[in-house]
Design a protein around this ligand. Structure first.
Ligand SMILES: *Cc1c(COP(=O)(O)O)cnc(C)c1O
Length: 342
């Protein structure tokens, strides 16, 4: 029995065609600015996001850490949605690298302009940490892959500007947002000073993220990338996968979204708590009430039937669809999960 791996959209493997594109890529030393494939990818992403410049970095975590470094000073307060990746999944890096603290807002990863206004601590106060940045995650991972409503995003960023705060978009899954919402990447990125996108999630690349913003900000980002140990050399080999994926793997994200929906609808027929409203992209998160087995047990049961999912919390399970699982496999995964929670 083939296993169906829904632990994350990071488990995808580069296809033969992607590997061939990587093997063919012209390369040079990127720290001299001489890797033509890296340069092409950076220009392509800057264009798609309608920002002046973009730089290629090894991971989404590094992109987020560079974003924080650019937009804050030690001791600052950063506003983020509940259970943001930048708070939960980066090993405490924000505190270690940039010396910032977080204030979390809203519910399920979403918040609004009024939340920002209420939480913002004014600069120059005797005791408050100065709030200097708002960070939005779109889609929101721990929120179940929800798409941040764009009118809310625009209101948040307008309020942030009015209050003198910087704005950062953790767009590790912004390609999913674009496909799910039918909005362009440029429109989604426009309200923000600095934006990141990941190639190693739904696009199916082995490595890489990009961070984009003004030319001035990206010049500083190049230095931060070097400081964090993320400056690379013939990284065009990796960038080639990104260029390939933008060509071949972007529009097909719609299939992943439909497959997530299939799984979620089957789980919703069980006694698990499955909020179908949150299933807007390629992530399915459901909760297990006390009458059902816990997440670790559900994960074990599913695994015995060849379906891999993650225990996201003691009573929370996550499944993520991607280009290496078919519709038939997702249908089967839904059946397996329905049995596992029973
Ligand atoms: C995966 C992810 C990242 C960073 O991922 P890396 O594993 O460091 O590449 C950042 N933000 C969100 C929302 C993510 O899901």
């Amino acid at each position: 029995m083939d296993r169906i791996d829904l632990r994350s959209d990071t488990v995808t493997l580069p296809s033969e065609d992607m590997r061939a594109a990587m093997a063919r890529a012209p390369v040079g030393d990127d720290q001299y600015g001489e890797d033509p494939t890296v340069n092409a990818l950076q220009e392509r992403i800057a264009g798609l996001l309608d920002k002046e410049a973009a730089i290629f970095v090894p991971s989404g975590t590094m992109a987020n850490q560079i974003g924080l470094k650019l937009l804050t000073r030690p001791g600052d307060d950063v506003l983020v949605g509940e259970e943001a990746h930048i708070v939960w999944h980066e090993s405490g890096a924000a505190a270690a690298n940039s010396g910032v603290q977080f204030t979390t807002l809203g519910r399920g990863g979403l918040f609004n302009a009024a939340d920002v206004r209420a939480a913002c601590k004014p600069p120059g106060h005797v005791v408050f940490p100065p709030t200097t940045l708002v960070a939005v995650e779109n889609t929101h991972n721990r929120g179940g892959g929800v798409v941040f409503p764009q009118d809310t995003v625009e209101a948040i960023c307008a309020t942030a500007r009015e209050l003198g705060l910087g704005t950062y978009l953790d767009g590790a899954r912004l390609f999913n947002t674009a496909i799910a919402s039918g909005r362009s990447l440029a429109e989604l990125a426009r309200p923000f000073d600095v934006v990141s996108v990941a190639l190693s999630k739904g696009l199916g690349c082995p490595v890489g993220s990009l961070i984009a913003g003004s030319k001035v900000a990206m010049t500083r980002a190049v230095r931060a990338r070097r400081m964090f140990g993320g400056a690379m050399r013939q990284s065009g080999i990796l960038a080639a996968a990104g260029l390939f994926a933008l060509e071949h793997n972007l529009e097909r994200l719609a299939e992943d979204h439909a497959n997530a929906r299939l799984i979620a609808e089957r789980v919703a027929e069980t006694k698990a708590v499955m909020d179908l409203e949150t299933v807007q992209s390629n992530i399915v998160i459901f909760h297990l009430p006390a009458s059902l087995p816990d997440a670790a047990e559900v994960v074990r049961r599913a695994q015995r039937e060849g379906v891999l999912v993650s225990a996201f919390a003691a009573r929370t399970v996550r499944a993520v669809t991607h280009l290496n699982v078919t519709q038939a496999e997702c249908r089967r995964a839904g059946e397996v999960l329905a049995r596992a929670v029973a």
